[in-house]
Design a binder for this molecule. Structure first.
Ligand code: HXC
Length: 502
């Protein structure tokens, strides 16, 4: 017995109705503002022909909610698996065309089913968020659905990479799901995220606030730190997902995609020395140093707009994937404040769970002094950095370029944090504090008696640098692996990386 034409037509007709649930006019409207439809997002992410949908026909029981006759295709979320490059990835994409992509029990069951697949097989999760929040008609069922998703976000955490892409509204408790994931990408124009929006804030506190002030991508990327990447539009957001995945393993039992077949060329780079300003009070631009160290000058900077006094991101050195952590002396002299400490600690922990070696580049004058910092808990935040570096077990290579003072020297992955190798440039100054401040404390009497105080101060400062802060003082006590020519940094790191990766 063969399947009747009628049955086959019915299947085709149902599939078409589900997959083509958006009018050409609506689609054109989305495209005009840099958005894609939920299905286009999935299709753009995956290699053509590799997407397989899970639960296309599942939807809530309309009768229960007094919505008989109304179709909610896919229950407002497309879920499935596909390939990004050669890597299997699980993805869901909320469909705003279906009751504003709201979350109900069936939507949550579909998402959770996919998350369990990701956990069982060990593949990354990508979540496109575009939703009006909890589906009001479903009451506590909707809340329970969120609870189930949060639970699995936590179960997946540290096991497979999780990437949230906020492409529309993400309001209320719904925002906790992205916050539980490893990376959050948000589009600049069409997305907003908040726990309580401007209206509720006004009603409760009396303070007026704009949507941009409390929920824009710009704000979250630069002020709250909830967002790691701002994308110009949906296409850019998906390109960022692919770029991120190119540095990550499928799960915590695998290595990231190193290419260790690449030969290490022992080529000196004399241009590196020119990046160090002759005057030690002039800041060095760490971005320029990083671009010279990494393959093709490519750094995928994470949290680029947040705590800009430090830089974290992914790159490759002679084919080996690395997480780069660095001070940026061009901003706040590269000092460590609460946000910088949070940014570094979180990045180090992420690299550690996904087996990504760490390269730490140090030029740090200290933790930022200030009433706000002390009252805000800089001790608590700074401790997270020490904890992250000390506890992580991936290869850790540190280069001290210039300043490395006090507690911040230790917090930037010193030998005591069990860095595998600590290299220093001849320009390094490793000490309890900066030379000028130290001289004022140590030589108050000499300075007050000197006829030419300025000349005496300069002489004592130089003496301090040579005696107490010189890299050779640290190296002679075996706190450094070596003092190296800056021109050799790239190939020295490449070789040491291969050896520490084993
Ligand atoms: C059910 C909803 C809905 C919701 C929107 N719709 N939000 N249905 N539950 N939460 C429906 C609308 O009734 C409408 O149905 C359709 O979706 C499209 O919505 P519009 O308002 O016409 O679209 P738009 O003008 O683009 O506005 C979208 C919106 C707005 C900004 C999302 O609808 C809105 O503010 N919705 C409420 C958002 C909200 O407060 N959610 C609950 C947050 S609290 P029709 O029938 O016209 O097609 C929460 C708690 C979670 O989420 C806690 C988890 C722990």
């Amino acid at each position: 017995m063969t399947i009747s034409t009628e049955a086959m037509n019915r299947l085709r007709e149902r599939r078409d109705r589900i997959t083509q649930n958006i009018s050409p006019e609506k689609l054109a409207e989305l495209h005009a503002r840099g958005s894609l439809s939920a299905r286009e997002r999935v299709n753009t992410l995956f290699v053509a022909g590799s997407f397989q949908e899970l639960g296309m026909h599942a939807h809530h029981n309309a009768v229960t909610f007094g919505m008989t006759g109304r179709e909610l295709p896919t229950d407002g979320v497309i879920t499935g698996t596909g390939y990004v490059g050669g890597m299997q990835v699980a993805a869901f994409s909320q469909d705003f065309q279906v009751l504003a992509g709201t979350m109900g029990k069936m939507q949550a069951r579909k998402i959770v089913r996919l998350m369990r697949h990701a956990l069982r097989v060990g593949v990354p999760m990508v979540a496109f968020k575009d939703s009006g929040g909890a589906r009001i008609q479903e009451g506590v069922d909707a809340l329970s659905g969120y609870g189930d998703v949060f639970y699995y976000n936590v179960m997946l955490s540290g096991v497979v990479p999780q990437i949230a892409v906020i492409v529309g509204p993400c309001a209320g408790g719904a925002a906790y799901s992205p916050a539980l994931m490893d990376f959050v990408i948000m589009t600049r124009r069409n997305a907003y995220m908040f726990l309580t929006g401007p209206e509720v804030i006004k009603a409760v506190t009396g303070r007026s606030a704009s949507m941009d002030e409390v929920g824009s991508a710009e704000m979250h990327a630069s002020v709250s730190g909830n967002v790691h990447f701002v994308a110009e539009d949906d296409g850019h957001a998906i390109a960022l997902v692919k770029s991120l995945l190119s540095y990550l393993p499928s799960n915590n039992t695998e290595d990231p995609p190193h290419d260790l077949s690449m030969p290490i060329d022992e080529m000196a780079d004399p241009g590196m020395i020119d990046l160090v300003p002759a005057d030690s009070s002039e800041p060095l631009d760490m971005q320029l140093v990083i671009r010279r160290l990494v393959d093709r000058g490519e750094l995928l900077e994470v949290h680029a707009a947040f705590a800009r006094n430090v830089i974290v991101g992914f790159a490759r050195i002679s084919g080996a994937v690395v997480g780069v952590v660095a001070n940026q002396p061009m901003v706040m002299a590269g000092a460590l404040d609460m946000n910088a400490a949070d940014k570094i600690a979180r990045f180090v922990r992420t690299c550690n769970v996904f087996n990504i070696p760490l390269i730490t580049l140090v030029d740090v004058p200290g933790f930022l002094p200030g009433v706000e910092e002390e009252r805000g808990g800089i001790i608590r935040h700074g401790a997270k950095m020490l904890h992250a570096f000390a506890s992580c077990t991936v290869p850790k290579l540190t280069v001290i370029l210039r300043k490395a003072y006090g507690g911040s020297y230790l917090a930037m992955c010193s030998q005591e944090m069990r860095a595998d190798m600590v290299y220093a440039w001849p320009s390094a100054e490793i000490a309890v504090m900066g030379a000028e401040a130290a001289v004022k404390i140590l030589y108050r009497k000499e300075l007050s008696q000197a006829t030419d105080r300025r000349a005496k101060a300069a002489e004592l400062t130089q003496q301090y640098r040579d005696e107490f802060a010189s890299p050779y003082a640290a190296a002679s006590n075996f706190y450094l692996t070596d003092v190296i020519d800056p021109a050799d940094t790239r190939w020295m790191l490449a070789l040491a990386l291969r050896k520490t990766l084993g």
